[in-house]
Ligand binder design. Sequence first.
Ligand SMILES: Cc1ncc(COP(=O)(O)O)c(C=O)c1O
Length: 362
Amino acid sequence: MLEAREVVKNLHAYRPPLAGRTGLRLDFNESTVGCSPRVLARLRSLDSELLARYPEREPVEKGVAAFLGLDPAQVLLTNGVDEAIHLLSSTYLDPGDEALIVTPTFAMYAIFAQAEGARVVEVRAGDNFTFPEKDLRGQLSPRTRLIAVANPNNPTGAAVAGNVLIQIAQAAPQAAVLVDEAYFEFHGETVIQQPRQIENLFVARTFSKAYGLAGLRIGILAGAAKQMAMVRRVASPYNVNAAALAVLPEALQDQEYVGRYVAQVLSNRDKLQQELGNLGLHYWPSHANFVLVHIGPAHAEFVQTLRKRGILVRDRHTDPGCAGCVRLTVGSDGHTENLIAALRDVFEQLGLRTGLPTGARA
Ligand SMILES: Cc1ncc(COP(=O)(O)O)c(C=O)c1O
């Protein structure tokens, strides 16, 4: 009888709640307004000839590298950051190796590492989800071959200074250190220029968030040319589809559109955080396009009640250290106004104003 590998049988199935996502989607940190009209126009102009051909990644990769100020040899376009994580895991992890992650964090690091037979070493974030630099250093071993850090982190919104990550990469030269900058546009700080000096440092970016292209599946992995040559060996030559490649240059060119959306999100993030504070809730100040908030024992009812009002938010109650917490994506002005109005109502409706632990470490 055919049996999957033992490590695969032991994986927990990760099923994000994708079904029935109609309404205002504030549950996956996507853009709430979608991509630039210029990107959509380019998409609509595609013809059957383009779709008949295998996609050619390299010319677009060159343009992306120029946009980032990197050499093309340092850049690989990927099927979203998810694929970048998968490729790094395949390139560097042998069974029994260790992958270090800081929890709570994005689920796919552990999944792809475990699928290679690696042991995932979880380092819990400090109070208020601060980066546990000392504890992480304490877990470094000769078997540490992957360290994955989302900066800013999901679901907490916490950020760590780039120099801390660089020092960790220097302290673990035997490990691939992935700095996942999926939310870079909302944070503005990057270490993407560093792989020139630090050969084991990699940076991932995505077009799924600020650019509003999660459905197209496109991301970037950047690293030292020598290491990227190894990563390319395990990547399919056709990993990025022709439609994504065709519209990517347009997406990069229309920085005005992205900049305008990011500016809205940043201002609305302030407004939302202020409102959460006014409601007497503990939230964690965010560097990304979402805010994690402590609702308490009524977290599931809170999510359900918002859903009935047509607003989807994400229950993060089961993430390590996140008991009673919910994550709210921040979007456009109108969408944030809707969210804030609904929050006020739901608070009254559920009687959440009384008896809530505030300022608690979840
Ligand atoms: C930290 C982080 N990395 C990566 C991703 C996935 O990115 P992509 O859509 O490019 O695979 C997400 C999506 O939520 C994320 O939060």
